[in-house]
Design a protein around this ligand. Sequence first.
Ligand code: 3PG
Length: 428
Amino acid sequence: MLRDYIDIGYSPKGTDLICEFHIEPSAGVNFEEAATHMAGESSIDSWTEIATLSPELAEKLKPHVFFADEKAQTVRVAYSEDLFELGSVPQVLSAVAGNILSMKIVDNLRLQDITFPKSMLSSFKGPNFGLPGIRKLVEVQDRPLIGTIVKPKVGLNSEKHAEVAYNSFAGGCDLVKDDENLTDQKFNGFEKRAELTLKLAEKAESETGEKKMYLCNVTAPTCKEMIRRMNVLKDLGASYAMIDIVPVGWTAIQTLREEAEDAGLALHAHRCMHSAYTRNPRHGISMLVVAKLCRLVGLDQLHIGTVVGKMHGEKHEVLNLRDQCVLNKVPADESQHVLAQDWGGLKPMFPVASGGLAPTMIPDLYSIFGKDVIMQFGGGIHAHPMGTAAGATACRQALEASLEGISLQNYAKDHKELEVALGKWLKK
Ligand code: 3PG
């Protein structure tokens, strides 16, 4: 590969797909040389000058490294939309996050952000329900939603699982979800759990007068089993399915997006395993890119981090993810490695904060995320000293206090469940 793709004067076209990379050349490799090899390998070129690539074709399809800052270890590349198959996330990733991550000429390389051109946006459907559709489903417009993850993660039988879910709903949860590693184990089979839990969700709905949603985990091999599980949920009258997006992979997600629409199910995306390639700030693929792909394909809600909970992720990173979920036009922010993205009307996703949260953190969560967030508490509900229902009630009380601008300590004076939660979790 001997062509030079450095083209600093190039002004990207509206039809280009743009990527920002963090790039660290290996010892003895010049920065621009690494950038041009990376741009070539992710598009039309190879390691040596190839006789089959005509000058005409090279001119038409060549990538343009239009920004290169060696000190900041950052390059931006504009790729012609003709390089990509429309409607296929795997093909896009095989190009801009494929071989290039393994090249010896770089010690580290990270796909920081990606901006999709209009043609690509319109080749995907985006979320079917999205944030507004979920609010309609749950019939809650003006506050964050409260959810829980049945705990222990795995180990309960189906009856006990349904009972814990029921107590969560009765105490005030809007949503109850399975944990990421609960699918169809011998002690808690998928069908039985779905049937019993949905039945008790319905009972809680009629007792509380509130909508109660069960997010059953359909994660499995795609064609036979995952789709079959979606249809089981549909037949049981469910409104949701949940998937572990990284373990199942992008083709499965794309297939499931189609199936979910046919089944009338909203899709909850658990991002477990994302850190295998998102957490290293110098190498891999950023969570920002993962979140954008989720919106493009059309998941309805996505775990984005918590800021105050147990999951890794600085506040600015989590808020960037939140913006990609909810805004229609995301402005560029160079200092944050965020490229401008106009979502062109693809519906927003509901951001989910989950992992290590307690009711005592609700005022902080509300001030960080505002009202468009699903707050999920696992241990923070099921470890409440008075039990699961009281844990859920404590969360609702903490949310009421936050919405009314009252301190949790004051609100707890005549709200017993919150008082007990403060006793357990409030840092002295
Ligand atoms: C999740 O699915 O996000 C975690 O299992 C949350 O559980 P925790 O609230 O107990 O950390």
